[in-house]
Write a protein that binds this ligand. Structure first.
Ligand code: TYM
Length: 342
């Protein structure tokens, strides 16, 4: 009776700021539901991370519902995975403080994302922006995650989580599992449709640079028709053809065709036909996601119930690791009655 074999743990998070882009979908979220068969999965809204950039409070709260619905619409089953909001599970903020004291200013200030975001938000280089990877390390280590599915831009942060876990374990003995980044072979870094040398990002000021996963069919196709490419005519994956390479990647991931098969399919046809075809397969892929999303968003009460269920389970799973770490560093670690659920 029951399962004897211990399953691996898969964990990832996404910031609830703005609608998810096709980059988030192909590089991360779209793959998460598929892992439920093999792994114990934990997926969450990294809403505490979002505070590192100034947010409109009402908009952020609304976007949390929206992003939670999107996670489920993209194929995560809340009966199989633990899906929750980071800020509703207090173990994350507590673990963050402990790990802060085992992380160094030097290593944090060298992180790519810190450097990029400090340039982008010169007026608000807050401490959270610097210690962002420490919060993320706590998110991962609290659940003893084996694998962290992320796009290429988050690889350095997962490596940092490994470093800090190793450092802590070497002082106090085995406490945290060392996680591994789990990066898709294809689509780990989708590029902007307007500037294919830049990552596709929901914070792009030009809406033609990205496609969100709840956009309507006509808008999606229009954005692909306008995608910036080059002056050649050949649909082929080759160095220097950043725009076309990006479109081939998208088409390949969605249709399952190889780059060569895509090149054959569009041999003798122009870029116009190809761009429309990419727009159409993307629109077809995202149509059911959009339908499910709109359905979920019509019942916020039901979303609250799901959020609560996820947070409770996440708390139960993460608490033993937090208490172990508190014990090891010398803190009092009894959970006092007033903190226990009624
Ligand atoms: P976030 O919200 O920036 O992005 C969520 C996921 O989407 C991936 N991604 C992309 N993949 C391919 N092409 C793109 N253009 C593209 N843009 C984004 C990201 O790599 C990411 O996997 N710090 C994280 C959230 C986080 C987290 C964690 C992740 C917080 N704690 C613990 C894993 C584990 C972030 O801001 O992701």
């Amino acid at each position: 009776m029951g399962e004897n074999k211990k399953r691996g743990v898969m964990l990832s998070g996404i910031q609830p700021t703005g609608n998810f882009t096709l980059g988030n979908y192909i590089g991360a979220v779209g793959n998460w539901g598929k892992q439920e068969k093999e792994f114990d999965c934990f997926y969450f809204l990294a809403d505490l991370h979002s505070l590192t950039i100034r947010q409109d409070p009402e908009a952020l709260r609304h976007q949390s519902y929206s992003a939670f619905s999107l996670l489920i619409s993209c194929g995560i089953d809340p009966d199989k995975s633990v899906v929750f909001a980071q800020s509703q599970v207090p173990t994350h903020a507590e673990m963050n403080w402990i790990l802060n004291c085992y992380s160094y200013f030097g290593e944090l200030s060298r992180m790519h994302q810190f450097k990029e975001k400090s340039k982008l938000h010169e007026e608000n280089i807050n401490a959270g922006l610097l210690t962002y990877p420490v919060l993320m390390a706590g998110d991962i280590l609290l659940y003893q995650a084996d694998y962290v599915p992320v796009g290429a831009d988050q690889k350095q942060h997962v490596e940092f989580a490994r470093d800090v876990a190793g450092r802590f374990n070497s002082i106090y003995g085995p406490t945290f599992k060392l996680p591994e980044p789990y990066i898709p072979e294809e689509g780990a870094r989708l590029m902007s449709l307007q500037d294919p040398t830049k990552k596709m990002s929901k914070s792009d000021t030009n809406p033609y640079g990205y496609v969100t996963i709840v956009e309507d069919r006509d808008t999606i196709i229009k954005k692909f028709k306008r995608a910036v490419t080059d002056n050649e005519r050949e649909v082929v994956y080759r160095e220097g053809k950043d725009g076309i390479n990006n479109l081939i990647t998208i088409y390949s991931v969605i249709t399952g065709k190889t780059h060569d098969e895509v090149a054959k399919e569009f041999e003798g046809k122009g870029y116009g036909d190809f761009k429309t075809a990419v727009g159409e397969v993307v629109a077809d892929e995202l149509a059911p996601v959009r339908t499910k999303y709109l359905e979920l968003m019509s019942d916020l009460g039901e979303l609250d119930k799901l959020l609560k269920k996820g947070a409770q389970r996440a708390y139960e799973v993460s608490l033993p690791t937090l208490l172990d770490a508190k014990h090891k560093v010398g803190l009092l670690y009894e959970v006092l009655d007033f903190c226990k659920a009624k």
